[in-house]
Ligand binder design. Structure first.
Ligand code: BDR
Ligand code: CA
Length: 323
C-alpha cells in the first residue's frame, strides 16, 4: 500500500498512535521528529525539551523551529529541565551537533510560544488527559520523565508505554567504554525511569549503531529536493565529521530516528526482555547493566532491542521523507 493511501486509511480508522516526544534537538533528534511528523501511524501530540545536545533554551528553540519548518506549530512545546537531577549541565556537545545543536544552521527565530508550564507538569497533564493512550518517546536524557514520575507516580500505570533511545546492552558505549550519552548524562533519572512499573522499551546502541546512513544514501535522500531533505542535508556535515573522526565512518549512526522507526515498524527489531539496572557512580556511570542470566533474581523490567533490520529502517526513513 503506498504511503498516501495508508495515511488516508489510518486517518479513517483513527489508527494513529498518540505520542509525546521528549527530546534534546540535536541533529538526529531533528531527523527523528521529521520522521514522526511524516508517518501516519503516529500522532505527535506534543514535544517536551530537555538539556542534552545543547542547553535547554536552545533545545526548546530548536524544537519549535523544526515544527515551524514542518508547518506544525499546532503541536505544543513545553520546555523542561535545564540540568540533570543531581548534577550540573554537562555542556553543549558542539563537536557532535554544532554550537546550536542543529549543525550551526540558523533558522528563523521561532514564532510559536512555549507552553506555559514546565515539561514535567505538561507530561503529567498529557498522560492524565488520555489514560492508557499515550506513548512517551524519549530521545534525550531522562530528567523530564523522572521529574514527571516524581510529581505523579501513577503515570507509570497510565501510559501505553515508554520507548527510549538510550543505553548499550551488549556493546560498548559512545561517551565512555560502557555508557550511552542519554543515560550517562542523567544516570539518576535513568535509574528512576528504569525502575518504574511501566512498559519500557530500550532502543540502544546495540541496534542504532547497526543503522548507518552513508554518503550514497544521503545523496539519494537529498535528491528528493524537498524542504525536509534540504534541511537535513544542511545540518548533517558536522555530524558526519564527528563520526568520521571517531569511527572512521563516511556517514553516521542513526540513533533517534531508529527509535521512531521502532514505533512505526516494531517488526523491524528483535527484542528480548531483561532486568536492567542503571549504574549511577564512578567509571561505569550510565552503564545499563543487563542481567542476561537472571542472577539478580529480579523480574524483567525492559524490552531490549537486540537486533534490527537496518535496511528496513533506512528504506522506511527514505520513503517517509521523500514521498
Ligand atoms: C544519543 O545522544 C545524542 O547525541 C543523540 O541525539 C542521541 O539521542 C545517542 O547516544
Ligand atoms: Ca537526542
Amino acid at each position: 500500500m503506498d504511503g498516501l493511501l495508508f495515511y488516508e486509511k489510518s486517518k479513517e480508522a483513527n489508527l494513529a498512535q498518540p505520542v509525546l516526544v521528549d527530546t534534546d534537538p540535536g541533529i538526529d533528534d531533528a531527523m527523528a521528529i521529521l520522521l514522526a511528523l511524516r508517518s501516519p501511524e503516529l500522532e505527535v501530540r506534543a514535544l517536551t525539551t530537555v538539556h542534552g545536545n545543547a542547553d535547554v533554551l536552545q533545545t526548546a528553540r530548536n524544537a519549535r523551529q523544526i515544527l515551524e519548518l514542518a508547518e506544525r506549530s499546532d503541536i505544543p512545546v513545553a520546555m523542561g529541565a535545564a540540568q540533570p537531577l543531581v548534577r550540573p549541565f554537562a555542556g553543549v556537545v558542539d563537536y557532535v551537533h554544532g554550537a546550536n545543536g542543529l549543525g550551526n544552521v540558523s533558522l528563523p527565530a521561532p514564532k510559536m510560544p512555549l507552553v506555559n508550564m514546565p515539561a514535567a507538569c505538561f507530561i503529567v497533564e498529557q498522560v492524565m488527559a488520555a489514560p492508557g493512550e499515550l506513548t512517551i518517546l524519549t530521545l534525550g536524557p531522562l530528567t523530564n520523565l523522572a521529574l514527571a514520575l516524581h510529581l505523579k507516580p501513577e503515570i507509570a500505570h497510565l501510559v501505553r508505554g515508554v520507548v527510549l533511545m538510550g543505553g548499550a546492552a551488549f556493546c560498548e558505549g559512545n561517551v565512555s567504554p560502557v555508557a550511552e550519552a542519554n543515560i550517562y548524562h542523567d544516570p539518576e533519572a535513568a535509574r528512576m525511569v528504569f525502575e518504574a512499573p511501566w512498559p519500557l522499551t530500550m532502543v540502544g546502541l546495540d541496534v542504532t549503531k547497526k543503522v548507518v546512513m552513508d554518503k550514497p544514501y544521503l545523496a539519494e535522500l537529498q535528491q528528493a529536493g524537498n524542504r525536509f531533505t534540504q534541511f537535513i542535508a544542511s545540518i548533517i556535515p558536522c555530524y558526519i565529521a564527528y563520526h568520521n573522526a571517531r569511527y572512521q565512518l563516511d556517514g553516521f549512526h542513526v540513533h533517534d530516528p531508529s527509535a521512531v522507526a521502532y514505533l512505526i515498524r516494531p517488526e523491524l527489531f528483535r527484542t528480548q526482555e531483561y532486568y536492567v539496572q542503571v549504574e549511577t557512580q564512578g567509571s561505569c556511570q550510565g552503564y545499563t547493566v543487563v542481567d542476561r542470566l537472571g542472577l539478580y533474581g529480579q523480574k524483567p523490567n525492559v524490552k531490549v532491542c537486540v537486533d534490527v533490520d537496518a535496511e528496513g529502517v533506512l528504506t522506511l526513513y527514505k520513503q517517509r521523507l521523500t514521498c
